[in-house]
Design a protein around this ligand. Sequence first.
Ligand SMILES: [Zn+2]
Length: 80
Amino acid sequence: MLCKRCGSEGPGAFNGEIGIHFPGLDGLDQPVVWVFPELAICFHCGFTEFTVPERELSVLSTGKAVEGNGPEQENKERRS
Ligand SMILES: [Zn+2]
């Protein structure tokens, strides 16, 4: 595999933990979106590539948290 930015060989694979914030002061009222992707990091130029999962993409595109599928909601459903 080649780095898409500089063409160097062999970006390293790592596990990542990334909090994505909406920009600006309005972003303070928006949810922080956490993703735990596999990162491909180029040791030559630092370019890093990862994919945001579909559920988190939905939060980023709408600015609204997804309801009904999180662990908290699942626990509520189990109790009722
Ligand atoms: Zn590179």
